[in-house]
Design a protein. Structure first.
Lengths: 327, 255
């Protein structure tokens, strides 16, 4: 019988492993060391060079090499992964709860006939199986699921394990293989990766960010938020719904598919704190959250919070700051 | 060109979420439903494609009685076909179950494009679109903010979000299933009077197929998250809070 195993499906861009890959390795190591399982980091790439000698916290690095795997093509990934995972037969398959991982989870689940837990924030070994904690309903609730036998695919939410723990001092063994499946004539083709357009300001460079969420209610109310940001010498950014409404350009969106920021001050106005937003701002130096819902998950990451109505607070606060600055 | 859109009724997370006595689900009577936001965007994207290419849009609405209202709104917006997919409370949020339930209908209808939201607020397993694609042996790409079709209607070009605001441009041969994050424009507004009219005229086909035995992982316990940290909540009225924030920012040298 082969050793029990955790497989981390690596994500990478431009020859570098993404942060979520290191976080998944930290999670895998945490699970594996308590019960003596093996950890394999499975990397699909066209060029194995950047990955074959990395000090990752895994027992081995397995690289599948093919020119088609140079950019993310979900159909190519799925073809290779179903073959490899059937062969490796692991107990736990870790994917990122990301743009890449979410494309793979469903087809892998059906192809391998294994269940999926999404939005995972913690996974631990217990009673010969696994206990998985997941966030759902905008991060407001958490679900506990036990997987006592068989294999499970877990989608790990970014930001819950330390990237540093995903590395170690020694090099794991590395093995490079050609694709076990032919990757010609795929129904999906990756054409290009487009870098974000910085049409106006780069929110990643702002020391003070005033962030507007759904609680802002209308585009008209954004003017008051702009005034406050100006008084503070900062910039306005937002959650996805505000951008989706067309009230702010996409370059101002903070979170999973937007920007990651670490300003000195992040003033979160009317933001519920869904995991996909929190991913992009949780490392800010000082987070002050304003939300009328005392159960909003934003208060789990904020340093200070208040439940007053942001529409009442913003003009008063702007005036105070202006007075202070003599404007 | 035939396009199907799947709309799911999900708990409105802006409302208070009450856990049932069993500790394994929400309390059914306490849930306020809304149409899953990303699914609304999928509908909008379908209607944009309809305007550009003359596609026919069918909407499948999943849930209880509230799913009928979503169908009425969708037809008022311009969808042609309305299909109601009744889903008992205990199976909501289980995309493995829903994908298995929808597969025969999707197969027989022969849609060129199936659109739904990338994920649903109440889901605990994989996204519906990827599961459905695998069951139908169709290609799948998700996390999309734009879909365009070539004039022949055989290929879609999609824009997929990657971290850091990057966008991947991919080409997908049709038929395909796509997971929409947001449409090219905000979901359109439709006047209440038009929705009321659509409600009166609505005669949806009701999908009545035996419930599949397929299910995702069961939840053992549903609980409020244990936060690693918790904000220090500052009491007071607006004036007091404003003074307090100014003091804090001065202490930190921010103003």
């Amino acid at each position: 019988m082969t050793a029990r195993e955790v497989i981390v499906i690596a994500e990478h861009l431009g020859g570098e492993l993404s942060d979520i890959t290191l976080e998944m390795l930290a999670c895998a190591r945490d699970v594996a060391r308590t019960i003596g399982w093996r950890v394999t980091c499975l990397i699909l790439a066209d060029d194995p060079e950047p990955f074959k000698a990395l000090p990752l916290a895994s027992d081995r690095i397995l690289i599948v090499k093919d020119p088609v795997l140079g950019s993310f093509n979900p159909t190519a990934y799925i073809r290779v992964l179903i073959h490899m995972l059937k062969e490796l037969s692991p107990q736990l398959i870790l994917l990122g709860n990301t743009s890449v991982g979410m494309d793979l989870a469903g087809p892998l689940s059906i192809g391998l006939n294994v269940p999926v837990a999404s939005g995972c924030v913690a996974i631990r070994a217990a009673d010969g199986g696994l206990v998985v904690m997941s966030r759902l309903l905008g991060g407001k609730l958490q679900a506990r699921t036990e997987v006592l036998k068989g294999t499970v695919i877990a989608l790990l939410l970014p930001g819950n394990y330390s990237r540093e723990v995903g590395m170690r001092d020694t090099l794991p063994t590395a093995e490079i293989r050609p694709s076990p499946e032919p990757l010609g004539a795929l129904p999906v083709r990756f054409l290009e990766l487009v870098e974000p357009k910085m049409e106006d300001i780069d929110v990643r460079k702002a020391a003070v960010l005033v962030a507007a969420g759904r609680g802002i209610q209308s585009k008209e109310n954004l003017a008051a938020v702009e005034d406050l940001a100006e008084a503070l010498g900062g910039a306005v950014c937002s959650t996805r719904p505000v951008v989706d409404q067309g009230w702010l350009p996409r370059s101002r969106q903070i979170g999973r598919s937007g920007m990651t920021v670490k300003p000195r001050l992040y003033l979160a106005l009317g933001i519920s704190g869904a995991p996909e937003h929190v991913e992009g701002m949780k490392d800010s130096e000082l987070i002050v959250a304003v939300n009328t819902d005392p159960d909003a998950p934003i208060f789990d990451v904020a340093h200070y919070g208040t439940t007053v109505d942001l529409l009442d607070l913003v003009p008063v606060l702007t005036e105070r700051i202006r007075n202070l600055r003599g404007g | 060109m035939k396009i199907a859109v799947i709309l799911r009724q999900v708990p409105d997370v802006v409302e208070e979420l009450v856990i049932a006595e069993s500790g394994r689900s929400l309390a059914e009577d306490e849930v306020t439903y809304i149409t899953n936001e990303a699914d609304e965007h999928a509908l909008e994207q379908a209607l944009i494609l309809k305007a550009r290419h003359g596609a026919k849009v069918s909407v499948l609405s999943v849930g209880g009685d509230e799913a009928r209202d979503a169908l009425a709104t969708a037809t008022a917006k311009g969808a042609e076909d309305a299909i109601l997919v009744p889903m008992p409370f205990e199976n909501r949020g289980d995309n493995h179950h829903l994908a298995a339930l929808l597969t025969p209908e999707m197969k027989s209808a022969g849609y060129d494009l199936i659109l739904t939201g990338l994920s649903a607020a109440d889901q605990r397993d994989a996204g519906l679109a990827g599961l459905l694609a695998a069951r139908l042996f169709l290609p799948y790409v998700g996390g999309l903010i734009c879909v365009t079709l070539d004039p022949s209607g055989s290929v879609a070009t999609v824009r997929k979000e990657f971290p850091g605001g990057r966008l991947g441009v991919l080409e997908v041969a049709l038929p395909a299933v796509l997971g929409i994050q947001s449409a090219e424009q905000p979901p359109r507004y439709v006047p209440v009077s038009k929705v009321s009219q659509a409600k009166k005229a609505l005669q949806p086909k009701v999908l009545s197929v035996p419930a599949p035995s397929v299910a995702g992982l069961p939840i053992q316990r549903l609980l409020k998250p244990e936060a690693a940290g918790k904000a220090e909540m500052v009491p007071g009225d607006v004036e007091q809070i404003a003074d307090w924030i100014v003091r804090l920012l001065r202490e930190r040298g921010i103003v």
